[in-house]
Design a protein around this ligand. Sequence first.
Ligand SMILES: [Zn+2]
Length: 336
Amino acid sequence: MDPELGEGAVAFLIGNNDVAATVEASYFVSDEILDLWREEGNPIVRIWEDRFSMDEGYMSLVPEAVNGLIKKTGTKISDFTRAVVYGPDSRRHRDMIGKLKLDPKLVQEPFFGKMGNTGTAFTLQLLTSAMESVKAGDKILLVNYGNGADAMVIKATSSISKASTTRSLGKYLASKRIVGDYVKYASWRNLIPVAEPARRPPDEMPSPANLHRSRDRNFRFYGSKCRHCGTVQYPPTRICASCNTKDELDPYRLSDKPAKLFTYSYDLISRTKDPPVVVSLTDFEGGGRTRIILADGDVQRLQRGMPLEMSFRKSYYYPSEGITNYYWKSTPVRVE
Ligand SMILES: [Zn+2]
């Protein structure tokens, strides 16, 4: 199934006021079926025989939900401006569009071959893409599948035009990089074991007390800004490096500041699943410079002065303690 699948996540802000879209109506069908499943802790998904899964599951339950919604609300399929429909793969998706008698021109592109089926997140990711092309008053038919099927009417409000599309799904897909080596991908996903480098000193154990004390610095990425001279520093300090004032510095958030690459170095022997490790000196707009690992950067393309942004990453997992460390990295700006 590998060629059909993708990995992804999506998040929505839910509210009562000034929302970009509302859920006007919904209809749910529930059914217990083992068609596609994954045991807890197992990275591999399993499927049952295709014809059973499709005939008894997807092809049967999705129309039931859509017909139920249409009957419940008195709407017609032609009332919808856009349709976002889950599909396990491109062929079944196409079959379903025909079965539901939807105009293919109004159906959100499912990005098979560009993103793949990301499972739980998939349909809602497609919804974000569809929402970029609708205007106030437009109705979207949203259809999801999994142990049953959900059909919803989503209506765009007059606030839809204010919604930002800077970090849209389409732009992310357009800016993607290809991992040319399947072994590398499989090692990143812990699907194949990778030998630890030899002659490493033992890891220092992480301390929950220390992690808690330094949460502003490490998780929120706060530096400090001097009240007297305005100098920004990271890590935060008690004494200003410019005017030597003591304890007159305020917390200052750097995670959201545009940045530039001042300079960098890289090496091929540091422990990483994605060599080389690039260490950057990153300058922040408005002040502040820090030494930080630069991720997702193709060394051949790095240039002094190139725009960077901050990205919160999983930094290291300590299997003996079951603790995962998170920290920030700088990355080349992915989506303008
Ligand atoms: Zn100062």
